[in-house]
Design a protein around this ligand. Structure first.
Ligand code: C2O
Ligand code: CU
Ligand code: CU
Length: 510
């Protein structure tokens, strides 16, 4: 006998796109066709004696991603994700983070140039019932940053359950650009995440070794925690602050009608001028602000387009997983334009920012950062030879993620950097998959990737960079003070399972 549920199940299965390693697509009957995009609450805190104070609470709860299904989830001041925090360059900020969960956690302010003690990372934790109150002065230009759990060995599962949010920095210059700035109206954050739901509509965080080797990828997208979202524009031009908030998946963004959009900001702030694009790749942790023409009347979609099968040599057990990675197309957001007719191109500022490009000659040190998977000679046997045999490339298959031959060790400092100096880091990917490499505190510039100039979409300040399989990227960064000889900063792969399993290191700024 075929039940109604089974029919729905097979209907959903035939409509399902294959390619994700973990195809446990939710089979619950109540998947909504489309629903209004949720926009996280905007939180500006309270001003007390010139200090902007925020109160955040890490909490568990239930969220209705599916109609009539309560999914157990975590959030910050809510049941899933957190509010968008808004601060201004020059302001003194204090954030009280209270942990109402029943396990340790910590929040990190990704993209923020803050003192090491306020940065939030694996050396710090907030015990259940405790409150942590980092403070800092905002010392950086306008940007779309974010915050997320950064607990030792647990960033992956904690972010997956919902501990993340956006953090917007404004400054005087951004006020004068004439860009869309009405939060929730024409200035919209988009947190893109992929998840796996079980048949009962509950999150599944896979624990299989192979999921952790390549990073946890889901087959269902949540955008600001909305399943199948749609957005109704009311202005002819809409600014999207896009965060790849996935644990591991890379997204290649495009508009379904083939139209152009304009990128105005990279991770850490405005670009020199708007960049017209039809495609944009964001790896986990990266952000971009784009302007989308919403003047017409025909609905279109922001979509993820699948990348072609990568040409990778044979890596045994993981070959199929690597080939399937990021090949799943997704609709990200249905957009209903405003219907407001404008003639010609939208009016965009010709100049957004002045960027001082750091010359290589400014660097007083050059460091090599080697990203590695596997356990070196003698481990992970049974893999193919070929041009990238594992011995030559530092290993593949041992299940251990490393930087410069070492798993994250809280007692080991990879680099001690004098505040006020500039360095070049060469990040060398010895593995057959992309790693998004992130450095805390600093905003860097990309010098080159595999010897070629960075993409136009990367010409600006960055804190996370796509390091291609078996390739390398050179970045240059100015390490401003203040230093702290007792608390290190992290650098790591932003595939959260890689970070959790050891592809992380530390520098001390003194
Ligand atoms: Cu967004 Cu150390 O991470
Ligand atoms: Cu960070
Ligand atoms: Cu990685």
């Amino acid at each position: 006998m075929v039940s109604r549920r089974d029919t729905l199940k097979s209907l959903l299965l035939t409509g399902m796109v294959v390619g994700a390693p973990n195809c446990l697509r939710s089979l619950h009957a109540a998947e909504p066709a489309t629903q209004a995009l949720r926009v996280p609450a905007l939180e500006t805190g309270r001003l007390v004696f010139g200090e902007r104070i925020f109160d955040l609470r890490l909490q568990s709860g239930v969220t209705r991603f599916y109609q009539d299904v309560e999914t157990a989830s975590w959030g910050i001041n809510g049941s899933y994700l957190g509010p968008t925090l808004r601060v201004r360059n020059g302001e003194q900020v204090r954030i009280h983070v209270h942990n109402s969960l029943d396990e340790d956690s910590i929040l990190h302010w990704h993209g923020m140039n803050v003192p090491a003690r306020s940065d939030g990372g694996p050396h710090q934790h907030i015990a259940p019932g405790a409150t942590w109150s980092p403070q800092f002065r905002v010392r950086q230009p306008a940007a779309s940053c974010w915050y997320h759990a950064h607990t030792m060995h647990k960033s992956g599962p904690q972010v997956y359950r919902g501990l993340a949010g956006m953090l917007i920095v404004d400054d005087e210059h951004s006020d004068t650009l004439g860009l869309p700035t009405e939060y929730g109206i024409d200035d919209i954050p988009l947190v893109i995440q992929d998840r796996i739901f079980d048949r009962d509509g509950q999150f599944v965080y896979p624990e299989r070794m192979q999921d952790h080797m390549v990073g946890v990828r889901g087959n269902t997208l949540l955008i600001n925690g909305t399943l199948n979202p749609s957005f109704r524009a009311s202005r002819p031009l809409t600014r999207l602050r896009i965060l790849n908030g996935a644990n591991a998946r890379n997204f290649t963004l495009a508009l379904s009608n083939g139209a152009s959009f304009w990128q105005v900001a990279t991770d850490c702030g405005f670009m020199e001028q708007p960049l017209e694009l039809t495609q944009l790749v964001l790896t986990p942790g990266e952000r971009a602000e784009i302007l989308v023409d919403t003047s017409g009347s025909e609905a279109f979609k922001l979509v993820n387009i699948p990348v072609p099968e990568p040409d990778i040599p044979y890596y045994g057990l993981f070959t199929d997983l690597l080939r399937a990675m990021d090949r799943q197309p997704f609709d990200i957001l249905e957009i209903h334009p405003s219907g407001i007719a404008v003639t010609g191109m939208p009016a965009l500022p010709d100049k957004l920012a002045t960027i001082e490009w750091l010359p290589e000659s400014a660097a007083t040190a050059v460091r090599s950062i080697r990203l590695q998977m596997g356990n070196g000679p003698g481990q992970g046997g049974g893999l193919g030879g070929g041009p990238h045999a594992r011995r030559e490339y530092g290993g593949w298959g041992g299940g251990i993620h490393k930087i410069n031959g070492r798993e994250m060790d809280p007692a080991y400092i990879e680099a001690t950097i004098i505040a006020g100096t500039t360095e070049i880091w060469e990040i060398i990917n010895e593995t057959p998959m992309i790693h998004p490499f992130h450095i805390h505190k600093v905003h860097f510039q990309i010098l080159d990737r595999n010897g070629e100039p960075p993409l136009p979409s990367e010409r600006g300040f960055k804190d996370t960079v796509n390091v291609p399989a078996l390739g390398s990227v050179r970045i240059i960064a100015h390490f401003s003070g203040p230093g702290d000889p007792l608390m290190p900063y992290m650098f790591h792969c932003h595939i959260l399972e890689h970070e959790d399993h050891g592809m992380m290191g530390q520098f001390m700024l003194i």
